[in-house]
Design a protein around this ligand. Sequence first.
Ligand SMILES: [Zn+2]
Length: 324
Amino acid sequence: MSQQFPITRLRRLRANQTLRDMVQENTVTLNDLIYPIFVEEELDDYAPVESMPGINRIPERKLDAAIKEIAGLGIKAVMTFGVSRHKDEDGSDSWNPNGLLARMIKRAKDAAPDMLVISDTCFCEYTSHGHCGVIHGNDVHNDHTIENLGRQSVVAAEAGADMIAPSAMMDGQVAAIRSALDGSGFSGLPIMAYSSKFASAFYGPFRAAAGCDLQGDRKAYQMNPLNGREALRESITDEAEGADILMVKPALPYLDVLSQIRQRSLLPIAAYQVSGEYAMIKFAAQAGAIDEHRVVRETLGSIKRAGADLIMTYFAMDIARQGF
Ligand SMILES: [Zn+2]
């Protein structure tokens, strides 16, 4: 027995920084990132979101300057969320061609025509009850809501949106939107479906940012956080309905789901690092408990490693400024 142990020494490839860089399997660039923004009408100045340090609601009238700043840093895509002052039972302002949703898309495209503007497509920011659709009795009515999602998508497309991202978690929403877009001459417009959107407690800070006063909860349409197989069914269904990109939301607590979808689908996959994930890192860093930049790098890297091609993240501006 002359064999010396160990023969395999994995540490050989970790011996110096250059070599470590060369064998690194994943990285994050600005091509991977989408920056979510909150645009509020009838607001004079930037309004800091208390639960999301560094994030502001952007006044509609200052959107041009904000978009130019974002584009100037090299960010290539934004996802728009409206903070509406014209809420009603159905969220009808979202499909008004002169409503906030259409105006903010137009303004963003005018300010930076090369910036990809992705329209979050839902109703919760536009309904008085905060739910993601039309209420019939005690329930969000699926089929009536997907009809309205189709209307909203066409208005977003006419305003210049580059991609439609339905987040309502209604059954058949991708097919309904695809059919509405195709019927209005937008067959070339892609759909990024929030396929696996969980009823997560990590959305708390977002609700404050988007001004959603939710009555009750969303458990009748968003997914149970303890289910994984169901997320695969949602993703397979969305792909069959014509989704061009699938999404998992939130990201970090659902990396297993992301990884399984990666193995089952050939579509690009996006992951949404949500407001609660952002807040945990920011507040822990503020308390001196963690090194923010390293933790951000590690979390974004792990989302890529699990199989995401694209990441929606509130850290996009920080990455653009400081690098990955
Ligand atoms: Zn919603």
